[in-house]
Structures are given as structure tokens and as C-alpha cells.
Design a protein around this ligand. Sequence first.
Ligand code: FES
Length: 106
Amino acid sequence: MPLITYVDHDGTRRSHTVRVGSSVMVGARDNNMPGIVADCGGAAACATCRVFVDEVWAGRLPAAQPLEQSMLDGLEGEHPRQRLSCQITCTEALDGLVVHVPESQY
Ligand code: FES
């Protein structure tokens, strides 16, 4: 299972293995990670699961699909590597992925 590291806004790092086929958001929720609210349960409809992909991983994730991209386009405080963690599906290729959790969600 891929190991995903979540970095809080204060720099605290927490790493958890996440089942292949699950999402980065579900991995956070199942491990009681703070900062990822996920109000809509993974439907790409709330943006409260937003994360910033570590720059080391920039360009290594599959591109956002149109539904996710439309949500990201409507957010304030745009960040160049922001993604909805519910739309990042875990694969073995994502082993070692690092995402940063914003100080607050919307
Ligand atoms: Fe709502 Fe990801 S959980 S957009």
C-alpha cells in the first residue's frame, strides 16, 4: 500500500498507508487526520478536502479531471499545486506522496 505523508500547516508530518483505489481524502479521514473536513464525502462538491501537493510531486500526479478542475477554479486563495484530496486516487505509483494541509478549509 502506498505511504502518504500529510503535513499540517504547522509542519507536523503524519504518514499513513492508504489502500490502493482509495483516495488521499479517505486515507486522511480513516486516520483521523485534522484539517481535511470532506463535507461532501468525496463528491468533488465542497472543496473542504483541499491539499497542496508537495513541489517534489508537482507534475507527477494525474491531472485534475474537469469536475475537480471546475471546483478548483472557483476557489479563493489560489495555490499552484492545490488539489481536492478526494479526487486523488491512491496507486502504488503514489508511494511517498507528500501533501500539505491548509490552515483552514472553506
Ligand atoms: Fe468534498 Fe472532496 S470531499 S470536494
